[in-house]
Design a protein around this ligand. Structure first.
Ligand code: GDP
Length: 445
C-alpha cells in the first residue's frame, strides 16, 4: 500500500531538518546506524494518530548543493515537492518575517492543487502572534506557530497534516494481482535502457491495453505467465525532452514510485562505483518495507571477471552492509547480458515476502537462538522471550513478546534477525522485529 507523502519546503535555515527529525522522533531508521546512513536522512516513515505517512525534507535532496540558497534551487525543490507529495508543509521563520523567497515559494504552491499547511517556526514565545497576520496575506489558512526545536505546536500541526492526507488507497483486485517493481537509481546509470531491455525480453508480453493500473507511466506486462507492473520513476520515460534541473532530484522523484512498489530495482553502474545516493535509495526502500534487488548495469564496459553477478555480490557487500540479503544481478542493457534474470530475481523476492512462518517453527528457532547465545545483561537484567509470532502485512514482520522491550541491544537484534533469516530465507526483504512487553499472544492487540 502506498503511503501518502508529506514534503517540507521552505528556504534555507528556517528549520526544515529540525522539524523533519522532530516528526520522525523516536522512529529509528531500519538501517544500521554504523553504516552512516542515518546521519543525513531525507526520507522517513512517520506515524501520527494511527496514520502512517512518508516525510521528506526537500532541502537535503540536493546533496551536492544542500547549501544552495539560489532561487532556482529552491524553486526546483518546491516543484519536486508539488509533483510528488500529497501534503506540503511550508515552513517559515517568525524571527525573520516574510522574505521575497518565501513569497516566491508560496506563489508556486498556490498554483499547485496540493494541500498546503503553513507553519511558522522558531515561535518560542507567544508574542509572535502578529506574524500570523502577516502570513495570512499569502492566501493559505492560518499558520501554525511552532518550535521545531522544542516541539511546541508540532502536535497540533500534525493533527492538521493527518486530516489533510488523502484517504487510504485501496488497490483494485486487478492491481492486487500484479507484482509491482520500481526501477530507481541516479541519472544516467541506464534506468530507461534497462526498462526497455526488460520490455524487449521474449518472455515479457507487454499489454497494449491499459487495464489494471491507475498511473499512466506504469507498464504492465506478463512475464512467464505472471502479471507484473514496472513502475516508472518520474522522468525515466519522458526524460529526453526534459533533461533539466529536476534530474538532480531523482531521489525524491522516485519516492512516490517506490511507495507503490513491492520491490525496488536499484540500478547502479558497474564502472562508477557506489555513491551515497545509491545507499540512500537502498536504505529508504528497506525502511519503507520494500524488497530490494541491486542491478549492476553496463557490464559490457568492464573486464570479463566483473561481468559475473557473483563478483558483484562480494564486491558490494561493503557498500550495502545493511542489506547483505539483497540479491545482485549484473546486466548490460546494451548487450542484454543478464537481463533475463532481473524480473525472475525480483519475482523471487516478491515470493519471499509472502513467506508464512509457522508459529511452532518460529518459536523453536528463536528459543534455540536465545539458548545458544543468551541476550547480554544490561544493569543486571536480560532480555527474555516469552513468545513470538508473525504479524500480518506486506513486509515480513515478527512480533516478540518479551519481559522488557528496553533490553534489546542493536547487535542482539541483528543476531536474532540472522537466525530467523537462516531458517526462513526472506531473501531481498527487510525483516522487522517488533517488541512488545507481554506474556504471550493473548496479550497481543
Ligand atoms: P537513465 O538516466 O538512468 O535512464 O539512463 P539512460 O538509460 O538514459 O542511459 C544513460 C546512458 O548510458 C545512455 O547514453 C545509454 O545509452 C547508456 N547505457 C545504458 N545502459 C548501458 C549499458 O548496458 N552499456 C553501455 N555501454 N551503455 C549503456
Amino acid at each position: 500500500m502506498a503511503r501518502p507523502i508529506v514534503a517540507i519546503v521552505g528556504r534555507p535555515n528556517v528549520g526544515k531538518s529540525t522539524l523533519f527529525n522532530r516528526i520522525l522522533g523516536w522512529k529509528k531508521a531500519i538501517v544500521d546506524p554504523q553504516s552512516g546512513l542515518t546521519r543525513d536522512r531525507l526520507y522517513g516513515v512517520a506515524e501520527w494518530s494511527g496514520r502512517e505517512f512518508t516525510v521528506v525534507d526537500t532541502a537535503g535532496l540536493d546533496l551536492d548543493t544542500a547549501n544552495d540558497a539560489s532561487r532556482a534551487a529552491i524553486e526546483a525543490q518546491t516543484r519536486v515537492a508539488i509533483e510528488q507529495a500529497q501534503v506540503i508543509v511550508l515552513l517559515l521563520d517568525v524571527r525573520q518575517g516574510l522574505t521575497p523567497i518565501d513569497r516566491d515559494i508560496a506563489q508556486l504552491l498556490r498554483k499547485s492543487r496540493r494541500n498546503v499547511i503553513v507553519a511558522a517556526n522558531k515561535a518560542d514565545s507567544p508574542r509572535e502572534r502578529h506574524f500570523a497576520h502577516e502570513v495570512l496575506e499569502l492566501g493559505f489558512d492560518e499558520p501554525f506557530l511552532i518550535s521545531a526545536q522544542h516541539g511546541l505546536g508540532v502536535g497540533d500541526m500534525l493533527d492538521r497534516v493527518v486530516e489533510a492526507l488523502p484517504p487510504l488507497e485501496m488497490k483494485s483486485p486487478a492491481e492486487e494481482k500484479a507484482d509491482r517493481l520500481a526501477i530507481m537509481g541516479r541519472p544516467n546509470v541506464g534506468k530507461s535502457s534497462v526498462l526497455n531491455a526488460l520490455l524487449g525480453d521474449e518472455r515479457a508480453l507487454v499489454s497494449e491495453v491499459p487495464g489494471t493500473t491507475r498511473d499512466p507511466v506504469d507498464t504492465e506486462l506478463v512475464f512467464d505467465g505472471i502479471p507484473v507492473v514496472l513502475i516508472d520513476t518520474a522522468g525515466i520515460r519522458r526524460k529526453s525532452s526534459h533533461r533539466d534541473r529536476l534530474e538532480r532530484y531523482s531521489l525524491l522523484r522516485g519516492i512516490h514510485a517506490m511507495e507503490r512498489a513491492d520491490v525496488v530495482l536499484l540500478v547502479i553502474e558497474a564502472s562508477a562505483g557506489v555513491l551515497a545516493q545509491d545507499q540512500h535509495v537502498a536504505g529508504y526502500a528497506l525502511e519503507a518495507g520494500k524488497g530490494l534487488v541491486i542491478v549492476v548495469n553496463k557490464i559490457d564496459l568492464v573486464e570479463p571477471k566483473m561481468r559475473q553477478s557473483a563478483y558483484w555480490r562480494t564486491a558490494l557487500l561493503k557498500d550495502f552492509k545493511f542489506a547483505p540479503f539483497a540479491p545482485v544481478v549484473a546486466v548490460s542493457a546494451k548487450t542484454k547480458e543478464g537481463i533475463g534474470s532481473v524480473i525472475l530475481t525480483a519475482l523471487e523476492v516478491v515470493g519471499h515476502r509472502r513467506t508464512r512462518m509457522a508459529p511452532n517453527e518460529l518459536n523453536r528457532v528463536l528459543r534455540g537462538a536465545f539458548q545458544e547465545h543468551p541476550a547480554p545483561s544490561f544493569k543486571g537484567r536480560r532480555l527474555k522471550l516469552n513468545y513470538a509470532t508473525q504479524a500480518a502485512g506486506e513486509t515480513p514482520t515478527v512480533v516478540l513478546f518479551v519481559n522488557d522491550t528496553g533490553l534489546l541491544h542493536f547487535s542482539y537484534r541483528r543476531y536474532l534477525e540472522k537466525k530467523i533469516r537462516e531458517r526462513f530465507g526472506l531473501a531481498g526483504n527487510p525483516l522487522r522485529l517488533v517488541l512488545r512487553a507481554g506474556e504471550d499472544r493473548r496479550t497481543a492487540k
